[in-house]
Design a protein around this ligand. Structure first.
Ligand code: FHN
Length: 438
């Protein structure tokens, strides 16, 4: 059952949202720093997700401890062998920049409980027990600051290693821990580590939480933890991957392997609140390094995901799983560079936009900035494309690529565009439709 769930989670691609439920929410009153950070996030549109840890050594994804029932002491040995000598923060951050990503979200600690940062809360961390003895989060934070890209820390609330993660949730039952523990001590431990992440790495983008779904009924003391985070860094955003509608104190609503409001993965909510939106997506079918998973999405597909996420008013958080030596698979590097070239040429139709007047459809999506509506034609073989009414008078239309005029006819029923044929390998023909100022 558990394996089936994981396989489902990692194998499903994005699909069009089916009639999302839009959740009426009172606008949160947030301090100006956080409001500005949320606004920045809405504009960012592309982030690079990185799943990297001790598990990368086995090349079977980040769930290997659970999937193979590896006992805690055996996994501790694996941790003690982790030595990613080729890790180079500058290379990683430069690649994220080259891809057009505005932020990086990296696993500071995944469900295996191993801290990929220096922590005084436990010796179970990369500095204290590995031959590497360096803090890659520190190196990344410094490099992100240098290259002007935001850094978010993924932090797993679920823990397959800690003795006090008790009572157990749905997972982590086969790692040989004693059936006893003190839940409040575990929550204190997390708060200590979060305090370190928010105190020792300069200003960070925020914390990306994951794993609460393992114990949905538990008291996670969220108000206290969220207040702690916002007190330590008022501009840090809280991004919870709990698969529910947003809870008080949260800043972003994120969807896993699904566009906002869709639930092909089987665990996302269809309720969309008023917070900035994000979709996390694997580049192949795995989050952590999987040595045999070669099912990488094509560049055309990745462009489509960025466009459809933006067309839904959200960001795409595109994942890679670096190798245990600290290098990144060439398939991922190649795709990120190609995506970056596309973003470089067409980013004006993505960055800083909002969802356009026509919700994403099979043919493509629309985005909007001011008086420009960008019609992204992703999958439409015909010359004539008819769209529902934009709710504004259309002034003219042109191709983003070269500014050439595009025929557009507006009627009370909508618009008809004559789509110019593009190069066969063009993943997205973008038509800029100018509408009269409102
Ligand atoms: O179990 C994790 C999984 O390993 C991965 O980190 C993804 C990323 O969105 N989230 C979890 C499942 O919800």
């Amino acid at each position: 059952m558990r394996r089936a769930w994981i396989a489902l989670a990692s194998s499903i691609g994005l699909a069009m949202p089916v009639a999302p439920v839009v959740h009426a929410q009172r606008p949160d009153s947030v301090p100006p720093e956080r409001a500005a950070a949320r606004a920045w996030f809405r504009d960012a549109k592309l982030g690079l997700f990185i799943h990297w840890g001790v598990y990368s050594q086995l090349g079977q994804g980040e769930w290997v401890m659970e999937n193979r029932s590896i006992p805690v002491d055996t996994y501790e040995w694996l941790a003690s062998a982790f030595n990613p000598v080729k890790f180079d923060a500058r290379t990683w951050v430069s690649l994220a920049k080259a891809a057009g990503a505005k932020y990086i979200t990296i696993t500071s600690r995944h469900h295996d409980g191993f801290a990929m940062f220096a922590t005084k809360a436990t010796r179970y961390n990369i500095v204290d027990v590995t031959p590497f003895a360096r803090d890659p989060m520190k190196e990344l934070a410094a490099e992100c600051a240098r290259q002007g890209i935001k850094l978010f820390f993924y932090y797993s609330q679920l823990d397959w290693h800690h003795a006090d993660y008790w009572p157990r949730g749905r997972t982590g039952r086969t790692t040989g821990r004693a059936d006893a523990g003190e839940w409040s001590r575990y929550l204190d431990f997390m708060d200590t580590q979060l305090t370190e992440l928010l105190s020792n790495y300069g200003p960070i983008g925020g914390i990306w939480f994951d794993g609460m779904w393992d114990k949905p009924g538990a008291d996670w003391r969220l108000p206290r933890t969220y207040a702690l985070i916002h007190r330590l860094q008022p501009a840090a955003l809280i991004v919870p991957n709990h698969h529910q509608a947003p809870l008080p104190g949260e800043d972003v609503q994120t969807f896993e392997q699904d566009l906002p409001g869709a639930n092909t993965a089987g665990f996302n909510t269809k309720e969309i609140g008023s917070l900035p939106l994000e979709t996390s997506l694997t580049m192949n079918q795995s989050w952590g390094f999987n040595i045999t998973d070669k099912k990488f999405k094509s560049v055309r597909d990745l462009v489509g995901y960025v466009v459809r996420a933006a067309g839904n008013g959200g960001n795409l958080l595109l994942n890679i799983g670096p190798r245990p030596d600290g290098t990144i698979q060439p398939e991922a590097v190649e795709r990120l560079r190609a995506l970056g070239e596309w973003m470089n040429a067409n980013g004006t139709s993505i960055y800083g936009t909002r969802a356009g007047p026509v919700p994403p459809r099979e043919w493509g999506a629309t985005t909007r900035r001011g008086d420009s509506v960008f019609v992204h034609v992703l999958n439409w073989p015909d010359r004539i494309l008819s769209l529902p009414d934009f709710g504004a008078r259309v002034v003219g239309a042109s191709l983003l690529r070269d500014g050439s005029k595009v025929d557009v006819v507006q009627s009370p029923n909508g618009l008809t565009l004559t789509v110019p044929p593009g190069p066969l390998d063009d993943p997205d023909r973008i038509i800029v439709v100018r509408v009269a100022a409102r």
